[in-house]
Design a protein. Sequence first.
Length: 409
Amino acid sequence: MTSTPTLSVCSLTAGPGPRIATILEDLRPFADEIIVAVDARKDPSRLGHQARVADRIVRYEWAPPNERARPWLYSLCSGAWILEIDDDEVLSRYFLERLPDLVRDRTYRQHFVPCHWLFPDATHWLDEPPWSYDAAKLIRNDPATMSIPGISHATSDPAFPSTHLERGFYHLDSLLRDESTRREKVRYYLGIENRYRIESTDKDMAAFYLPELVPGVRPVRVPREDHEAIVRVLAATGEEAPTPEGLAIPLATRAEIDARWPARELADSAYEAELKVLDRVIELTAGGHRPIHVRVENGGDETWPWTPQTAGWPFAFRTDGWPYPYEHRPLIRLSYRWYRTDGQLHVPEGFRTGFPANLHPGQTTVVPMTVAAPEEPGNYLLEVDLVHEFVRWFDRPARVFVTVHPRDC
């Protein structure tokens, strides 16, 4: 092991010890550290297989969604890169051969790795949507660019520059679980609260886990060089091994895990803020758009994340808060309301605008907030406030009178 770890391999697992140990053994030559987090519902006296391959083993109190513990898990990693692997995945030889070069190259922040969904047997996989997709498996361990949402079926928010590899990892779900178990998984995932999942995956959920019910699928053959690794993992069965005598395995509590979970509920103390509109005169054309500069001070005790800029800055969000599935959480952004001068609410909420960088407690930033003017000309009161999506408005508004002029034509 090097003095400064380069690659941290980690896994959240509730599966059989023989299987996860076999999966991780293939990564031992490449990993500077291997961290295994075991669901606390498993017998702590029977974790010998996991302890055999791990440099560090911890137990954690599970809570839905499964990905809830991922931000906490990544915080345990000290390597320059993080590679997470599940107990039902096998890495391709193509990926393993390139792994040393990938972690030595500091040009990129993420490497997207394609998923190969095995079906109907260990020698075939589904090379078509929705089973064939790219996952952010190899991530630069950099707090400035790494964002782990901790919601269902989400790994890391995109960070650029990045690469997309040609071959990646095999998913064994269809071979390890019978149809009734996979049907239950579909019900479980569709039952997760909207704010804790990516809803765009809902239409494909049944197909993901029940490919035998989808007509016209066309499995392709697994490359010969990957057969042995897949078969070896599928054959890794047997009894759990006793935990080595004297090995202390710490337990991470729900409170410890949720302290790093971006989707957690925030205390009232997180919603302290001071806002001020900096523009001296604001005049708009009916239906027009323009940025208004707002000074924002974080008076609370939580960090408000920056917003990924996929469409330029400032980036105006729809009022329902969902321009695309990946966003840094908690979802705290600027928005606004329009009032008539008689106090009547005219527009209940407008576009969202995110922060250009993380805003830590006590810090102040200036945000060019995108505003859409009312369609009717006249004098209005613009009320600017912060909103935590799906939770609440901050109720710390800044107010300014605005003249909305008629259109020229």
